[in-house]
Ligand binder design. Structure first.
Ligand code: ZN
Length: 130
């Protein structure tokens, strides 16, 4: 082993310096992934939004279902939404799902509604009071 504590300390300081040069701040600092909520159209860190994907329904062609993907790993075309009933109903009223996912018609959002839950205030559709 190395004699004394001084040399060891100097090596340690050197390593620290090298590490800082090898890994610039851009890499060590996590850049937030920003996505747009299809409901309120606000941009937010992806971690604050619920990702969902669209899958073609077994019931037939051109019938689609929205499936929540909280793990953000499902393949396929996805979009993002605040896990908020208000944003969900907003997206439904604006028919934003079809547009965001580039599908025709209105997809079945049943699984999403179930995942996010009902509006706590009981205002599922009326946004005029906000
Ligand atoms: Zn939103």
């Amino acid at each position: 082993m190395l004699p004394g504590g001084v040399t060891t300390a100097r090596i340690g300081a050197l390593d620290w310096d090298v590490a800082h040069r090898a890994f610039p701040a851009a890499l060590t600092r996590k850049a937030p992934l920003v996505r747009t909520c299809v409901g309120c159209r606000k941009r937010a860190p992806a971690s604050e939004l619920l990702r969902f994907v669209v899958v073609e329904d077994e019931a037939g062609p051109h019938r689609f279902r929205l499936v929540p993907d909280p793990a953000r790993r499902a393949p396929g075309r996805g979009a993002h939404l605040h896990p908020d009933p208000a944003c969900l109903s907003l997206a439904q009223r604006r028919r934003a799902f079809g547009r965001a996912l580039r599908i025709s018609g209105v997809p079945d959002a049943g699984a999403l509604v179930e995942f996010i839950g009902p509006d706590e205030q009981g205002r599922t559709t009326d946004m005029s009071t906000r």
